[in-house]
Design a protein around this ligand. Structure first.
Ligand code: 7GP
Length: 828
């Protein structure tokens, strides 16, 4: 790739196409034929899609060379990240940036933004958990760790959200229509078994052997996605499994005799396994197909890992020294009994030796304490689908309970509390408990969260295993995507002061810009960048919603999955409260108020009715407020449709204030809080998740905290149960306005108000007054723009801790015991 290559292509382009070509192409195609044969279209036909295709394929080729070298050099010792979700977003921009060619493309004068905008997001995740996995892949490669991600290649990622008449409508996401970033590995397949029965016999040595047989076979087919590190040749691999009918399963007899439908039935059934991502965030629904997905992906990944290990010809006891497997929440917990099964049934190891290997291989990251998200699978379902695994889980539980019994001989209650098998009807397997028992380390994702898991849901396990098994790794984000890519101008400004882009690999260097917090010129540049980013978002809002918003207004943003615990309802009630206050003012008074744009975005799980009501209310309030001539620019309310990773890249740099207002003790960490502050916005937040550590790092004078503390939440809920809910006066006025039909549909919204009145589990009323007052103080603070700039610059300067690179180093040292392996410049 280089200017001369581009020129040689250019020479052959007819004049009328040159502009389009020049505008869009930064490809590495050597000549016109190269382009035409690769894309199977003529240059005369080069539209934006083709330009994207050409550019993407060219960069992909660049990556493959480094990817091959990396894979050759990282033969055996590996860190494996099992995650059912990888919310990658777009790849082209990231590839150009990591390979270091973005500036070349820019220097040549091409409009890369348009080309980049063509790409569909790889949206193989719901929210925070999936995006964290994607940030970790970026850091692992950037820091030269030998690591693979293993996931599922969903044919449909998270649904596309459309807002029709104010309601969320779900539309399928056909993201695979054109995906140049994956390589099908037709030679890498694994046959996965389901159902069947277990046969026992004694071998010649009198040892009992279990054989799982007569099952149904589905084939897992590997698709590989290269993960380029930033400013390093290390290019890691994300292996995604796709399901298809096992060869020989297709019933030719039926097909030939005309029963077409029946004959393709098995095929479709098999392909269904990797067809859809379950669109639930922080919610467990216990569907059989989901369990099938989990086993399919765990079994395929483990088979792959074990196959590579066996090639090394090392002894089994070396397995945990060579391989560390991190479980991204409990979704991959079946990998624990599966590895035990492979070692005992297939490899003939004795139980204890095998178990020792298993425990030392796995680490488990917990991402939530909320009961509704803690996975449980019914025993009859596992029995039916995975009979041998159920036996193994029972045996693991037996060994574990015997140990507990020996350690706490008098505590009968303890046994039922910690048993992996819940004695309910039907009996259930508690996946988090299985994950703890089968791992050597368990971590939470922010300090408060890691403390909470130790004192609440996993309290007994701390008694059993001791403190050392439990640790914390506070989440982080990749500064490559979330600063440099999303906010290139800010990144450039910082680089101009730090003498280069080293901070993208050592984010703590940001602290050096503290020195510029009072520098007039720097402040002005910082402010101009924010304004430009707000203008970009304002344009996007105009294009997509038709509403004009003023970039000079305070942009107040809450974008994340819609969930009662995240409390978008508190936000929209606060907006209504503000609207009522503005309506009650004289025009003169209103003019003195700080103009605001309240921006919401996020998907509701399709079956989550209350979350859908919240979306509907936001849209209805927007319809009324945005069309109220008395209000004008004083308040605008926007719902951004189909929030996803690439939209967040436009939204995060444009905030003045972002909202992270979960009921204390419910948001494990949050990661968008980090993105917003890193991009020069402040936070309104509760003392929850990583907000607490952000406060510690940036200083409490640079964050707007409010609300009840985690330690008081249970008492308040108890009060609600026994004394009823006290409805705040301001909130009552909001409810009255809703019930009066001010925003239409008052019946539909009564579910939202009733849950507050009846039990207020999420403390909306208890936190309402403090929330509104905090917003008032934000208005005040924002008026003093110089002081505001001072705060935001200091906050950016102090965000170094929240890089995902730091997380990866902590995991590597505390949990995986792996070292980086730099590629030699000449390859291998
Ligand atoms: C999320 C947590 O809700 C969020 O606080 C955290 O920042 C993120 O994980 C990354 O650690 N959890 C999920 O997305 C989720 O679905 C249930 O958790 C398994």
């Amino acid at each position: 790739f280089g200017a001369s290559d581009i020129k040689s292509v250019e020479a052959e382009i007819p004049d009328e196409q040159k502009t389009a070509w020049k505008k869009h192409t930064a490809s590495g195609f050597k000549n016109k034929e190269d382009f035409e044969t690769t894309l199977a279209r003529s240059l005369y036909n080069c539209d934006e899609g083709a330009a994207y295709g050409g550019t993407a394929l060219a960069f992909r080729d660049r990556l493959i060379i480094d990817w091959n070298k990396t894979q050759q050099s990282h033969t055996f010792a590996d860190q494996k990240h099992l995650s059912l979700e990888f919310l990658m977003g777009r790849a082209l921009d990231n590839a150009m940036l990591n390979v270091g060619l973005k500036d070349v493309a820019r220097d040549l004068g091409f409009r890369m933004e348009d080309v980049i905008g063509i790409e569909r997001d790889a949206a193989l995740g719901n929210g925070g958990l999936g995006r964290l996995a994607a940030c970790f892949l970026d850091s692992l490669a950037s820091l030269d760790y030998p690591a693979w991600g293993y996931g599922l290649r969903y044919r449909y990622g998270i649904f596309k959200q459309e807002i029709i008449n104010g309601y969320q409508v779900e539309v399928p996401d056909y993201w695979l229509d054109f995906n140049p970033w994956e390589f099908p590995r037709h030679d890498v397949t694994v046959d996965i078994q389901f159902y069947g029965n277990v046969r026992k016999y004694n071998d010649d040595n009198g040892r009992q052997v279990s054989v799982w047989e007569n099952g149904e076979i589905v084939t897992a087919n590997a698709y590989d996605v290269p993960i380029p590190g930033y400013n390093t040749p290390t290019t890691n691999n994300l292996r995604l499994w796709s399901s298809k009918a096992a060869s020989g399963e297709f019933d030719f007899q039926k097909f030939n005799s005309g029963e077409y439908e029946q004959s393709v039935h098995d095929q479709m059934r098999a392909e269904t396994i990797s067809a859809v991502l379950y669109p639930n965030d922080n919610l467990d629904r216990g569907k059989e197909l989901r369990l099938k997905q989990q086993y399919f992906w765990c079994a395929a990944s483990l088979h792959d890992i074990v196959r590579r290990f066996k090639k090394s010809k090392k002894a089994w006891k070396e397995f945990p020294n060579q391989i560390a497997i991190q479980l991204n929440d409990t979704h991959p917990t079946l990998a624990i009994p599966e590895l035990q099964r492979i070692l005992v049934d297939n490899e003939g190891l004795d139980w204890d030796t095998a178990w020792n290997i298993v425990v030392n291989t796995f680490g488990y990251t917990n991402h939530t304490v909320m009961a509704e998200a803690l996975e449980k699978w019914s025993v009859p379902l596992i029995q039916h689908l995975l009979p041998r695994h159920l036996e193994i889980i029972y045996e693991i539980n037996l060994h574990f309970l015997q140990y507990v019994e020996r350690t706490f001989p008098k505590d009968r209650d303890m046994l039922s509390r910690v048993s992996i098998v819940e004695e309910s009807n039907p009996k259930m397997i508690r996946m988090a408990f299985l994950a703890i028992v089968g791992s050597h380390k368990v971590n939470g994702v922010a300090e408060l969260h890691s403390d909470l898991i130790k004192t609440t849901i996993f309290k007994d396990f701390v008694k059993i295993y001791g403190q050392d098994k439990f640790t914390n790794v506070t989440n982080g984000i990749t500064p490559r995507r979330w600063l440099h890519q999303a906010n290139p101008k800010l990144s450039e400004l910082i680089a101009s002061k730090l003498g280069g882009y080293d901070f993208l690999k050592d984010l703590t260097l940001l602290h050096k810009i503290e020195a510029y917090a009072d520098d007039k010129q720097f402040r002005k540049a910082f402010q101009d960048i924010k304004y430009a980013n707000k203008t970009r978002l304002a344009n996007y809002i105009k294009e997509t919603t038709g509403v004009s918003v003023n970039p000079a207004a305070l942009f107040d943003i809450q974008v994340k999955r819609i969930h009662e615990y995240k409390r978008q309802q508190l936000n929209i009630f606060g907006v209504i409260h503000r609207y009522l206050a503005l309506k009650a003012m004289s025009p003169e008074e209103r003019k003195k108020m700080q103009p605001r744009v309240s921006i919401f975005g996020g998907k509701a799980a399709p079956g989550y009715w209350m979350a859908k009501c919240i979306i509907h209310l936001v849209n209805e309030v927007g319809r009324v407020v945005n069309n109220d001539p008395e209000i004008g620019d004083a308040l605008k309310v926007i719902f951004i449709e189909d929030y996803n990773v690439s939209k967040c890249e436009i939204i995060a740099p444009a905030s003045d204030i972002s909202e992270h207002i979960s009921t204390a003790g419910t948001e494990a960490s949050g990661t968008s809080n980090m993105k917003f502050v890193l991009n020069g916005g402040l936070i309104i937040g509760t003392c929850d998740g990583a907000n607490i550590e952000i406060t510690r790092e940036i200083g409490e004078e640079n964050i707007f905290l409010f609300g009840n503390l985690a330690e008081d939440v249970e008492d308040i809920r108890h009060q609600h149960t026994y004394e009823g809910v006290l409805i705040d006066d301001g909130l009552q006025k909001v409810f009255d306005a809703i019930h009066s039909g001010m925003f239409g549909h008052s019946d539909e919204f009564s579910a939202l108000t009733n849950t507050v009145v009846n039990h207020d589990h999420w403390l909306t009323s208890a936190d309402f007054e403090a929330y509104c007052k905090t917003h008032d103080s934000i208005d005040e603070a924002f008026k003093d723009q110089e002081a505001w700039l001072h705060k935001t610059i200091l906050a950016v300067a102090r965000m170094g801790f929240f890089t995902a690179d730091r997380c990866i180093e902590e995991y590597a040292e505390m949990i995986w015991n792996v070292e980086p392996q730099k590629l030699k410049q000449n390859g291998a």
